[in-house]
Design a protein around this ligand. Structure first.
Ligand code: SF4
Length: 250
């Protein structure tokens, strides 16, 4: 039987997780759970029985427990220079998860992923799929901004990627869309360029991963939007979303 001290610690952990949830998703409190779901789906990810039990009890709480576990993370040097840790946001049971490289300046300031100009274009891409940001989940490999938006360092990735993997285990998405060359190469542990990786699925911890160009790249190279739209249409087909003849991401 658990001791009083153990029960107290457990209770403290639950309160901390709930507090983090309310702070991160105030808009979700008091709303119907149906509003946060796209549709019922079968998970692609294989989990241990223990992980299944935790996930099946409450997906949201599981994500929040991960967030609480990160706390005021200082596991790599980026913890000292960030303004906000950008955990991720969206549907905790999303079928589709977008994963970028790391937060930029706007994201660091606001504590939310993909909210700058590139983020607005991602929002447009999501809308063109017939979805909203609340239907999908959006996060980055690194949760803290590298100074001057420099490329993430291997030690930073090693420290932070385990949390991304835990997030994906909690969400159990059907598809991951890796945004940009760095995210794709880092997740797939390859040096193959994004121009070769994009357009087809790869395996990431038993989840189908579609690499495509980063929205920031599209802002500089609008001609690549049609390639992203091709990639997005493959995802739409596999999610059973209605096909569109023309994109609306111009
Ligand atoms: S980047 Fe990740 S590992 Fe490094 S301090 Fe931020 S949350 Fe922690």
């Amino acid at each position: 039987m658990a001791s009083v001290q153990e029960l107290k610690l457990e209770l403290l952990e639950i309160v901390r997780a709930l507090k983090a949830y309310v702070q991160t998703y105030p808009q979700s409190c008091g709303e119907s759970p149906e509003e946060d779901r796209v549709s019922e789906s079968q998970p692609f990810v294989s989990f241990t029985e223990e992980e299944k039990t935790v996930s099946d009890q409450n997906h949201i709480l599981t994500l929040e427990m991960i967030h609480a576990e990160m706390g005021d993370c200082q596991r790599c040097p980026l913890g000292r220079s960030r303004t906000h840790l950008v955990f991720g946001e969206g549907n905790p049971q999303a079928e589709l998860v977008f994963v970028g490289e790391a937060p930029g300046g706007d994201e660091d300031r606001l504590g939310r992923p993909f909210v700058g100009r590139a983020g607005q274009l991602l929002t447009k891409i999501v809308a063109a799929m017939g979805l909203t940001r609340r239907d999908v989940y959006i996060c980055n490999i690194l949760k803290c901004r590298p100074p001057g938006n420099r490329n993430p360092q291997p030690d930073e990735i090693a420290a932070c990627e385990p949390f991304l993997i835990k997030q994906l285990q909690a969400i159990q998405p059907k598809i991951i869309c890796a945004l940009g060359t760095f995210a794709a190469k880092t997740l797939l542990k390859t040096d193959v360029p994004i121009s070769v990786l994009r357009g087809r699925y790869h395996d990431y911890h038993d989840i189908s991963l579609m690499p495509t160009y980063h929205p920031a790249y599209l802002l500089r190279n609008p001609g690549a939007k049609k390639l992203v739209w091709e990639d997005v249409q493959v995802i739409m087909k596999d999610l059973g979303l209605k096909k569109k003849d023309k994109s609306d991401i111009s």
